[in-house]
Design a protein around this ligand. Structure first.
Ligand SMILES: [Zn+2]
Length: 499
């Protein structure tokens, strides 16, 4: 998940669409034949499931997969070979372009005044390198994110380090608040930016050395001044020391920024037996942040997609519709890969029956999040009896993660899109952190994710009826508004999630 939470300006009201589609009629039971295949599939996943091994390979043999990095490319090649070996049809990659950012070696930094103290530090995503030898100066706290809040301290910020922490941000709209404050700090002439301790307890409250990168620009563009991410307790220490007097800090790192890097997204299919031009898309993002190895964000999602492909293929009874498996890039930079994918497939989107996205780690699976769509909740009743005994039949209609992952790029076009819903209690201690490594992955929970996704995808793809109707642009906007997410809508529109 990229945890995009947003604050943006007002735009003009859209006219109501004239082409709203008729509701789909849905029988809330799968056919006998579909049911037989689904039952066989559960047994196959329990006995032959490979998801845990797929995840191990991604996390421990390939490692962190920053979009566009050599490791990402390696992972894309591996996934493509895997899809071919599984016997999927039409295996290929689709390219989008991005400014690729990576750390070039480790970051170092310390407090130098009032006493020497080593910092837990990473270069912040999108940051340029520091000048050779590093940079040192006084730290000044940023009291808010708006021009009006920052202007009173602009003279003290100029030439110094700006410290952005939880106390700088309203509520917990982390990504969007950062996106808003970074250009202002650059404009006010800061020498560098220190970011950390952004999330409210208990989410962000973890030991020093566990960092929390977020995307800081809405379009994947780069920052202009050296920006460092420091440990949560480091930030709180600096904050307390600043109440006593001046605090100076030094830091030093190199980063690598390459413009217009072609990023492959990996695609494979099981062609439908009756309606091959109708699509059920099962997807996850292949990219990860760098502090950990992305075992849960989103190794588990990728492993789920690949094992669902394996399990459906193993049935040797293709469902009526085509199941298309897609591994996206650039999710952590703002769902850039899936936005590009949806844009390139614009003409085909009306044939997408449903999109199923996996991106919530390896906690116990609860069911699916339907993003405020009651009709989807109704349709899912057909699959619930199959999920009851493994506990993943608790469908959730919350819109909290409306734009939190790649489903958003389809929701915005009115396509019925689901996000796998898991218990997130333990997720925040690894999300985007150095602790997102393979030993934190639960084999049982991962298998539950595969069973849930495979059964749901198969039931939808093999049904005589369509899963749910497509929303018109007017209804999409209404759905965001009715759930109190006008700000999400405006952001989604700005970045192209909503066409
Ligand atoms: Zn993710």
């Amino acid at each position: 998940m990229n945890l995009a939470r947003l604050i943006v300006a007002i735009i003009a009201v859209l006219p109501p669409s004239l082409n709203a589609q008729q509701p789909a009629h849905h029988s809330k039971q799968v056919s006998t034949q579909t049911s037989e295949s689904m039952q066989k599939m559960v047994g196959d996943i329990f006995v032959n499931g490979q998801a845990y091994e797929y995840d191990r390979h991604l996390a421990d043999e390939i490692g962190p997969r920053l979009t566009g990095s050599a490791n990402y490319m390696k992972a894309a090649q591996w996934a493509q070979r895997k899809m071919q070996a599984l016997g999927l049809a039409n295996v290929h990659t689709e390219i989008f372009s991005i400014s690729a950012w990576e750390p070039d070696g480790p970051a170092i930094g310390s407090i130098t005044m009032p006493f020497g103290h080593e910092l837990h530090i990473y270069s912040f995503p999108g940051s340029p390198s520091t000048p050779k030898g590093g940079i040192s100066t006084k730290v000044v706290h940023v009291p808010g994110i708006t021009r009006a809040e920052i202007e009173p301290v602009q003279d003290s910020l100029r030439g110094n380090f700006a410290l952005v922490d939880r106390q700088s941000l309203p509520a917990n709209l982390v990504d969007v608040d950062l996106m808003q404050v970074m250009p202002l700090l650059e404009e006010f002439g800061v020498k560098g930016i220190l970011v950390g301790d952004l999330l409210p307890a208990p989410i962000g409250h973890y030991e020093n050395g566990i960092e929390d990168p977020f995307t800081s620009t809405p379009d994947g563009s780069m920052l202009k001044v050296p920006t460092a991410q420091i440990g949560s307790e480091d930030v709180q220490l600096i904050h307390r020391l600043m109440e006593q007097g001046d605090v100076t800090v030094t830091f030093n790192f190199k980063t690598k920024i390459r413009q217009s890097v072609d990023v492959p997204q990996v695609v494979g299919e099981i062609p439908g037996s009756q309606y091959p031009d109708q699509i059920v898309l099962v997807g996850a993002h292949l990219d990860s942040w760098h502090p950990g190895t992305g075992a849960q964000d989103n190794g588990t999602g990728v492993a789920t997609v690949l094992d669902v492909a394996r399990a459906i293929e193993a049935q040797q009874r293709a469902p009526r519709r085509t199941v298309r498996f897609v591994l996206f890039g650039g999710e952590e930079q703002g769902t850039l890969g899936s936005i590009s994918y949806a844009q390139h497939h614009r003409d085909e989107l009306d044939k997408f029956d449903a999109v199923l996205i996996s991106d919530t780690g390896s906690g116990p699976v609860l069911g699916w999040s339907t993003m405020g769509r009651n009709d989807e909740q109704d349709s899912l009743q057909a699959v619930e009896p199959f999920l009851h005994n493994i506990g993943s039949d608790r469908m959730d209609n919350s819109t909290d993660e409306l734009i939190g992952s790649d489903h958003a790029s389809f929701v915005g076009s009115g396509v019925p899109a689901l996000l796998l819903s898991t218990d997130l209690t333990n997720y925040w201690s690894i999300h985007h952190k150095a602790s997102d490594t393979f030993e934190s992955v639960s084999r049982q929970n991962l298998m539950q994710a595969v069973v849930t996704t495979a059964l749901t995808a198969y039931a939808i793809a093999d049904s005589e009826d369509s899963f749910a109707r497509h929303f018109s642009p007017y209804e999409v906007r209404q759905m965001f508004q009715e759930n109190g997410h006008e700000a999400y809508y405006l952001f989604a529109k700005k970045v192209g999630m909503v066409p």
